[in-house]
Write a protein that binds this ligand. Structure first.
Ligand SMILES: Cc1cc2nc3c(=O)[nH]c(=O)nc-3n(C[C@H](O)[C@H](O)[C@H](O)COP(=O)(O)OP(=O)(O)OC[C@H]3O[C@@H](n4cnc5c(N)ncnc54)[C@H](O)[C@@H]3O)c2cc1C
Length: 831
């Protein structure tokens, strides 16, 4: 057995096998796959094999689409038939709200070239008369997907991998990982059968691998411990039942009718497909427990849990309602197996936190569907440095060190039973909350804050009267909370608002090498001491990795502020870059101070008046004037007894300051500002209003307009890119050219809905030209607003385009950047 390889893939399920295949296909020679038992002996063997294209996320839709296309090509390549039944996928709606959900999804599908058609209840009945349709509103139908045999497709990928030189070694377990500085030394143990269990023998070898990928399925927690990292990948029980033949179905097929599609009754939390003249019913029920929170016992191999019929009784009855002909069919077989989950349902794919050349592919709940695309895009990341699509929403570091086993288990249970809920874009999930709260949380809650969950933090989304039911207010159109956000946005434009931005990621970078490092690391000129700038760290491919507001505190000390949702993602990249560059630039200290500093953003024409009333200064009336505190500068000030690092910027595009303060003084500062704000009618403002306001200023947001699929030049931010200096990713950024361009649009949309930032964009002739990445409502223009990417030739101010919303095209116009106050007059106003 070879002990020196380029890449070692740990885990021979669908995911690991696909990764090994795609690494070889991408040109890596020495790829080895290690499996502790037999290929497919993890979750893969008992999967139902459905391959749903339907997914609300842009990246995941690309991944699923790749898989569906790839699996169709495997037989020609390997000679193995993976049993792909392209029967289609019928997703039914019992309510108009469900149809609204499908219409939002459909717009996303169009941006990824995923085909679909709408079906009325009558059309469904005419084609598949066994389905009860009188209580349906309609359905969305994908004719290109269906189901596959999970073991067969894995074996086909394994054969394809072997044909490309991949070594597949079974009955070897990766047990210990040691990084030498150049490569991983992986201690592997020969596994043997003993009394039906699979146990470790005394035989060990060490395999040296430049790169390691773990795709260990239900063993993710054991893998995490071996690597010394955290992963919120914990399985949950998932059941499906196979029923005896349904005579009506047998007759229907004997009459020459084609197979039923996979029939999804989302409002009944179930899916149904044909199986040898009978039906398979799979459910996402309430009460399915998390399992293997601390590892998989030796006794559990290709095993199942006992069926819990009581738990799925409701869905079973709903199936009889939907397919009345199955009422008499008995139960033929049942499957209750572990299905790995993560708190948000997306797998963990990408570099492992803190480690070099260690890649994770863990936590797959739709692993058969996702395996093909994951292998393809992860291999791109490993071989070429970046994937064609932005994989950040799957990055393992989106959960920070605050994450615990208990959190992951309870959240994963919630995620499981939420699979078929209505996926409102304004959805907030309740489990494990509140967990990370800033000190002012109780005060905000007492004032009606409705909180959102950002990287574990509770952050006010908006403020409503006490007792307001956020859950009932959610919608695919304008939710019940909409008017509150409008009032808050107006308060910032016309008066003054206070926003809690404590979740921001904050780093101190200092030391003799700090200046040279940051100059290399970021695109913009570094600010002078006491000044700030907006700047970007790029990937090695020249696309945007992180957006920073940099404050220069001293000659060689900087305060970096980046998006709150991405603390560990940013921290990991920064630390690794510093480690690489210290030998060249000299000592650089990096401190993550996120949880030490609270942040309030005060904004609006009256914000200066509020602060003037509490600032401790020899001349309070001029302390915040343009002369003493110019726009884009930072100062240490005192507000009452609270020392504050104040930064004159406002993400809302109004006169304002960010007040970075010691977290332990937050309540004192909150009370002080609230009292000072009273005479000026200061309003507490949440993230939803802020998100709308920043679009009126065309401020790009990380994770929407800014990400690893576009350069800052494509994001149309040349003023923050200093081409006269050298910086990481510069040449690659320039070489990328302009593939698409970020624009702002004002939209004449429907009366009761605004875009969410997932919608497809068309020219006036109906040709697709791009997609929205953000959306909302503009109080300044009293209409819908959005930001997105279009083909560069379309990115011309005044161009008329159309936005797909609620299955209709709505007129919109590309407007100049910062349509509200383009000259930044209100931000710079003196006083
Ligand atoms: C009842 C049920 C129905 C499902 N239906 C569907 C469906 O219809 N469609 C769909 O897309 N998904 C479905 N799933 C989910 C799907 O089964 C999983 O997402 C998928 O199988 C995950 O594949 P994987 O390769 O990540 O993990 P696994 O298949 O679990 O493979 C991981 C492998 O890693 C090996 N391993 C672990 N640790 C080590 C180590 N240290 N050294 C060496 N080897 C190691 C294990 O032995 C195992 O073989 C279903 C799941 C269940 C339970």
């Amino acid at each position: 057995m070879k002990t020196q390889v380029k890449a070692l893939v740990v885990g021979g399920g669908a995911v690991g096998t696909s990764i090994a295949y795609h690494l070889a296909k991408a040109g890596w020679d020495d790829v080895m796959l290690l499996e502790r038992d037999e290929l497919t002996s993890g979750s893969t063997w008992h999967a139902a094999g459905l391959l749903p294209l339907f997914n609300m996320s842009f990246a995941t839709t690309h991944i699923h689409k790749y898989s569906v296309d790839f699996y169709k090509s495997l037989e020609a390549e390997t000679g193995l038939n993976a049993g792909f039944a392209v029967v289609g996928n019928l997703r039914m709606a019992q309510t108009q709200e469900r149809m609204d959900e499908y219409m939002l999804y459909a717009s996303t599908a169009e941006t990824c070239d995923v085909p679909y058609v709408w079906m009325t209840p009558d059309e469904i009945k005419a084609k598949w008369p066994l389905i009860r349709t009188e209580d349906l509103k309609g359905a969305i139908y994908h004719h290109t997907d269906g189901y596959i045999n999970p073991a067969d497709v894995t074996q086909a990928m394994a054969k394809g991998a072997r044909q490309r030189g991949v070594m597949i070694e079974r009955k070897w377990q990766a047990d210990a990982f040691y990084w030498t500085g150049d490569a991983w030394e992986v201690t592997c143990t020969k596994m043997v059968e003993r009394g039906g269990n699979l146990v470790a023998s005394d035989e060990q070898i060490v395999i040296t691998a430049e790169h390691v990928v773990t795709a260990s399925g239900n063993h993710a927690q054991t893998t995490a411990k071996k690597l010394g990292i955290k992963m919120p990948a914990i399985p949950v029980e998932h059941q499906f039942i196979v029923m005896d033949q349904d005579p009506e179905l047998v007759k229907f097929r004997a009459e020459g009718n084609v197979e039923h599609p996979v029939v999804r009754d989302a409002d009944a939390q179930s899916y149904v497909r044909e199986e040898r003249g009978g039906w398979i019913l799979g459910v996402y029920e309430k009460g399915a427990p998390a399992v293997f929170e601390h590892g998989v016992p030796d006794s559990f191999r290709a095993d199942l849990f006992p069926l819990d019929l009581e738990r799925i009784e409701e869905q079973y009855m709903a199936m009889i309602h939907r397919m009345p002909s199955c009422e008499e069919s008995g139960l033929k077989d049942d499957f209750n197996g572990p299905i790995c989950y993560t708190p948000d349902g997306n797998p963990l794919v990408g570099p492992a936190p803190g480690l070099r050349n260690m890649w994770l592919a863990e936590g797959f709940s739709f692993g058969i569907t996702a395996a093909g695309g994951t292998g393809y895009y992860l291999a791109q990341m490993m071989v070429e440095g970046e994937a064609d699509i932005d994989m950040a929403s799957l990055d393992p570091k989106r959960y920070g060190d605050w994450m615990t086993t208990e959190f992951a288990a309870r959240k994963n249970e919630e995620c499981y039973d939420h699979v078929y809920i209505l996926h409102h874009p304004d959805e907030e999930r309740p489990a494990c909350r509140p967990l990370r709260t800033s000190p002012a949380y109780d005060r905000q809650a007492a004032r009606g804050a409705q909180f959102g969950f950002v990287n574990g933090w509770e952050r006010p989304n908006y403020y409503a009267p006490m007792g307001f039911d956020d859950h009932a207010s959610r919608s695919f159109r304008r939710g019940g909370w909409w008017q509150y956000a409008v009032d808050e946005a107006k308060a910032v434009r016309e008066g003054v608002g206070l926003i809690d931005a404590t979740a921001f990621t904050k780093h101190i970078v200092k030391g003799p090498g700090a200046t040279a490092f940051l100059d290399w690391f970021t695109t913009n000129k570094l600010p002078r001491v006491g000044r700030i700038n907006l700047t970007y760290a790029l990937t090695d491919h020249g696309t945007t990795r992180t957006e920073y507001t940099i404050v220069r505190l001293k000659d060689d000390e900087y305060y970096l502020v980046s998006a709150g949702a991405w603390t560990d993602y940013d921290a990991d990249f920064l630390r690794k870059a510093v480690e690489d560059k210290e030998p060249e630039f000299g000592r650089i200290d990096v401190q993550n101070v996120t949880t030490q500093w609270g942040v309030f953003a005060i904004a609006g024409p009256k914000s200066r008046n509020v602060l003037n009333a509490v600032i401790s200064d020899a001349d309070p009336s001029t302390a915040l004037s343009n002369k003493r505190f110019p726009w884009l500068s930072a100062k240490q000030i005192e507000l009452g007894m609270c020392p504050v690092n104040a930064i004159r910027v406002a993400y809302t595009g109004e006169l304002g300051w960010e007040l970075h303060h010691p977290i332990e003084m937050q309540n004192y500062l909150f009370d002080l500002l609230e009292k000072a704000g009273e005479p000026h009618g200061m309003k507490l403002v949440g993230a939803r209003a802020q998100n709308w306001l920043r679009q009126e200023k065309s401020y790009r947001a990380f994770g929407t307009e800014l990400g690893r699929d576009a350069t800052p030049l494509e994001a149309d931010l040349p003023r923050f890119v200093d081409l006269s200096k050298d910086f990481n990713g510069k040449a690659q950024m320039e070489a990328k050219g302009s593939r698409s361009k970020c624009v702002t649009l004002l939209i004449d949309g429907p009366d009761d809905a605004d875009p969410w930032g997932r919608e497809a964009l068309y020219d006036m002739d109906g040709n697709r030209i791009g997609r929205l990445t953000s959306g909302g409502y503009s109080v300044a223009f009293e209409k819908a607003i959005g930001m997105g990417y279009v083909k560069p030739e379309m990115a011309v101010v005044g161009t008329k385009v159309q936005v797909k919303m609620l299955d209709q095209l709505w007129n919109a116009q590309i407007v100049e950047d910062s349509p509200y106050d383009p000259k930044n007059a209100t931000i710079r106003v003196d006083g």
